[in-house]
Design a protein around this ligand. Structure first.
Ligand code: CA
Length: 664
């Protein structure tokens, strides 16, 4: 069968005739609701109404209350205007193309259980008390952000989170106040985040995803959620009632509001690069083949490695992505977006998203994975790849630095291969490349950076500086696997050295939830889980008891975060500042990186600092420039207080970091 992809959708005539810029979706007022769906290749579109009983829609989809033939409008849309108040009415579209199929409105703002049906919604009625006063916490510069990547369920599902059982694993569990490990004074969850000092939480997908059966809340189920179903409605399994279309909206808004009250911004992980279903996705039922790229033979291409890849370069796909992001930013007050497999998208789309968000709030953060999961028909120069970041000019669109991630601890793909902190050799230039946040700096020998990576960021706010995320082994597990015969105190030293590198490096800093507690993911058979996307809670949950066991490590992270937050020298705003104020020091040792920071030049109260990382298994001595120096970070502790004075010579113990601040 001939596919339509190549023959119609890539042609200019199609684009000119069917690019629609008016309103889409079910647009509600209390006097009427206007339904508009874009379906240019359909012969007929009907609006199917299912009434307002949320418990009916799960099983009775085949028995609509009413079916209304929609009228053809401009540019391939179909429309119906219904008088009256339709708040809470469930609806779908029945689309006749080669076949007759029923689809959920891709623009649906509310959905029923398991996202099988859309719902008309009066959004004002979904606002929690005090919502009109909700404000984004202040973020002066993107590099001020300290991001904590977490999963709603992981965060509070463990019994030792101290969160009430009916709230644990849900939106309401994220913001419960004053939770502690039962029987102790050790804080957990939101209180823990406040204590740790992070400024943003990055939530793994919270839009409606396909994999978890929302109708079985008492059956433990887990998924990261990278299987999008309805882009503009929250996931139901995180709500207290997935049937009622409004509950999940209200509870997600409340979570955001409470996090904002705690001074913490909220980033959404968005997955526009593919949909969970392909042939049977809502997109594909409404406009077969339009939303996805095809290969030369007309088959769906698969740069996401999930069965399909969306075609962001096509007008209505790009428009959908921009509309969705803007909707979450405006309606839910979302503070930032992380794009999964961002390189599946084209650069023009990413720029257009940036420009749209700038009209809402230019402080909204954008970052993503500058890679894809397979080859794409989209030419490489158009892909939002990490190495194409240079094409953004000065725009705030950041890519994850796998250079520093793999430089500190070794490749995520070669489990036993170590990096700088855990016994690897020749990683010094990679660490330096990470320290300057992937920009051009004349003191770095780029030929010695892994894969001869060239500077790919124009500005430090285009780089995400990190050691670990939800994918692959946790940092702690990677350290264990690369050093199986070492004592735990050596692993802790390596972890601390890693944290010290990350939290003193330029760029936007990011950490995986639980990294500060030596998070581990152990499967039932005792092996470590490097891909826990559908693993049980026993693997994925944050085990808060580890905050007691690894108190020293936790305190170290907390101290580093406090230091980074209060000192601009560690997160300068521009590449020029970094080039002028960071200078590397030649120590004569291998497996050592040392540099000086001029704080005064960026209005830091600390005028001058020297940072030294020693990953050797023996101590080293480094001569210090003239003057008296205060050690604020060493092998044991990190923070802003002077631990001791040093002058002339400093000894750096094996596997440790040292931060020295010049006396005034
Ligand atoms: Ca769902």
């Amino acid at each position: 069968m001939q596919k339509k992809g190549k023959s119609i959708f890539c042609k200019k005539e199609f684009h000119e005739k069917y690019s629609y810029s008016g309103k889409l979706g079910a647009n509600y007022t209390n006097e009427n609701t206007m339904f508009t769906v874009w379906a240019p290749t359909a012969e007929k579109v009907e609006l199917v109404l299912y009434g307002t009983n949320p418990y009916r829609n799960e099983r009775a989809l085949s028995v609509p209350e009413q079916v209304i033939l929609m009228k053809k409008g401009p540019n391939g849309v179909w429309e119906t205007d219904l008088n009256g108040d339709w708040d809470g009415t469930f609806y779908n579209y029945k689309v006749t193309t080669d076949t007759v199929q029923e689809a959920v409105d891709p623009y649906a703002k509310a959905v029923g259980v398991n996202g099988m049906v859309g719902m008309v919604v009066n959004l004002n009625s979904t606002n929690p008390n005090g919502w009109e006063l909700d404000k984004r916490p202040k973020l002066d510069a993107p590099t001020d952000a300290i991001i904590y990547e977490m999963h709603v369920r992981d965060f509070s599902i463990a019994k030792n989170s101290g969160v009430e059982r009916e709230k644990s694993g849900k939106f309401t569990g994220v913001w419960q106040s004053n939770t502690k490990i039962p029987g102790t004074n050790i804080t957990t969850c939101l209180e823990h985040l406040k204590e740790l000092g992070v400024t943003m939480v990055h939530l793994l997908p919270v839009f409606d995803y396909d994999s978890v059966d929302e109708s079985k809340p008492d059956t433990p189920q887990f998924n990261w959620g990278y299987d999008p179903q309805n882009y503009n409605a929250p996931e139901g399994s995180y709500s207290s009632n997935p049937y009622d279309g409004k509950t999940r909206i209200k509870e997600m808004k409340q979570m955001i509001m409470e996090l904002h009250k705690a001074g913490i911004q909220v980033i959404m992980d968005v997955v526009f690069n593919h949909t969970a279903k392909t042939e049977d996705s809502n997109f594909n039922k409404i406009v077969p083949d339009y939303y996805y790229r095809q290969d030369k033979n007309g088959n769906f291409s698969d740069a996401s490695a999930c069965g399909n890849e969306t075609a962001s370069e096509r007008y209505m796909v790009r428009r959908f992505i921009i509309d969705s992001v803007a909707y979450w930013a405006e309606e839910y007050h979302i503070d930032g977006f992380r794009f999964d497999l961002m390189a599946v998208h084209d650069i023009e789309t990413m720029k257009a998203i940036r420009h749209r968000l700038d009209t809402i709030d230019p402080k909204i953060l954008i970052y993503g994975e500058g890679w894809n999961g397979g080859s794409s028909p989209l030419p490489k120069y158009r892909q939002a790849l990490k190495v194409n970041t240079v094409q953004y000019g000065g725009l705030q669109i950041a890519a994850f630095s796998d250079d520093i991630r793999d430089g500190v601890k070794g490749s995520v793909f070669k489990l036993e291969k170590p990096g700088f902190i855990n016994g690897g050799k020749n990683w010094e230039e990679n660490i330096k490349f990470g320290i300057v946040a992937s920009i051009a700096h004349e003191e770095i020998d780029y030929a010695k950076v892994y894969k001869k990576m060239k500077p790919w960021a124009n500005e430090p706010y285009q780089t995400i500086t990190y050691a670990s995320a939800h994918d692959n082994l946790t940092l702690w597990d990677k350290i264990q696997i690369t050093n199986p015969n070492e004592e735990e105190n050596v692993w802790i030293a390596m972890n601390k050295l890693c944290a010290a590198i990350i939290f003193t490096s330029q760029g936007i800093v990011f950490m995986q939830a639980g990294e500060e507690l030596a998070r581990t993911k152990v499967k039932e058979d005792g092996t470590l889980d490097e891909n826990s996307y559908a693993s049980p809670d026993s693997v994925n949950q944050i085990d808060w008891e580890r905050k007691i066991k690894y108190k020293e490590l936790y305190e170290y992270y907390k101290g580093l975060i406090q230091m980074r937050k209060t000192h601009k020298m560690f997160h300068m705003n521009t590449a020029q500042q970094i080039r002028s104020n960071i200078h590397f020091i030649e120590t004569g040792y291998s497996n050592v990186v040392a540099y000086s920071l001029n704080g005064q030049a960026v209005q830091d109260l600390w005028r001058e600092a020297i940072i030294i990382f020693n990953s050797n298994r023996k101590s080293i001595s480094i001569p210090l420039p003239e003057g008296s120096w205060n050690v604020v970070v060493d092998k044991e502790k990190a923070g802003i207080d002077s631990l001791r004075k040093a002058n002339q010579l400093i000894e750096i113990p094996a596997i440790s970091a040292c931060v020295l601040i010049k006396d005034d």
